[in-house]
Design a binder for this molecule. Sequence first.
Ligand SMILES: Cc1cc2nc3c(=O)[nH]c(=O)nc-3n(C[C@H](O)[C@H](O)[C@H](O)COP(=O)(O)OP(=O)(O)OC[C@H]3O[C@@H](n4cnc5c(N)ncnc54)[C@H](O)[C@@H]3O)c2cc1C
Length: 295
Amino acid sequence: MKNIMNNFEYFAPGSLEEALKLLSQYGEDECKIIAGGQSLIILLKQGLITPQYVIDIKGLSELDSISGNEKEGLKIGALTTHRAIEKSPLMQNAFCILAEMEQNVSSVETRNWGTIGGNIAHGDPSGDPAPVMLVLNAKYKLAGAKGERLVEAEDFTSGYFETDIGHDELLTEIQIPAPPPRTGAKFTKFSQLQGDYAIASAAVSMTLDADKKTCADIRIAMGSVAPAPMRAKKAEYLLRGKVITDDLLVEAGRMASEEASPTSDAEISEQYKRELVGTLVTRVGKEAFERAAMA
Ligand SMILES: Cc1cc2nc3c(=O)[nH]c(=O)nc-3n(C[C@H](O)[C@H](O)[C@H](O)COP(=O)(O)OP(=O)(O)OC[C@H]3O[C@@H](n4cnc5c(N)ncnc54)[C@H](O)[C@@H]3O)c2cc1C
């Protein structure tokens, strides 16, 4: 690949306040944030972006932490690496879906540098964390010169690489609420090689009634099969309030595959992706149900 990276002025602010001040001074096209650089460097090298200023936030240790528990929920700083989440002892029980998801993100090398905030802010529809954040009902904290705001994960990504982050804002934290009792969650992805971006992915979080058979609530999300990660709301509606059976989960997978809107690419047809994601939804639905019954 020919290296056509342009010259830019590099800043490494020492605090979030300083980073936001710098960000507010420059326009959208002339300035870029870099965190782990795993995606941004590729765009720079290919000449797809040519910023005049690059603000390196990787050193902002205040955004690199994981805290919380199953009673209070989790707070994950945007600069936490994939690897730190994968290895965190807090990723137990209902939150073990996060560690399982991270184990499937690329290679250990990429996970050691790539950050959860960079992944989500990038808005790649094939990214693995976003569908998991949808089923965990996460909120994203954004900070700008004018203050902070919280955005529901569901409202955050609107299309291919399109997010709700203003050009003068940073994603600073991911907030995940405490799961209700009898909740189980599971994620899976299908890719051509281990660690590749997903051809399709699915995540399910299910909460059961006291009988441990009836679905009290459910969230189903799919990745890589639409311009943005999406909920399968018709399939959720089908399952909510019903006694869960294998047949019902197969029907939910079929409905989810109809809700998806994948496109064919050079190697894989739209129809294949549609059928694949339906199968994944059925499969993780069953595993989430089994986990919820054990919780
Ligand atoms: C070979 C390879 C394979 C990969 N495979 C997968 C995979 O299978 N699944 C998967 O999910 N991901 C995959 N990734 C993506 C990777 O895991 C990173 O999560 C991703 O590159 C972004 O993280 P980063 O910290 O490197 O962000 P950067 O590359 O530094 O930034 C990415 C974008 O987000 C912006 N940004 C970064 N941080 C913030 C912030 N806090 N606030 C606002 N904007 C911000 C940047 O300006 C840039 O536009 C892969 C990457 C590579 C290189």
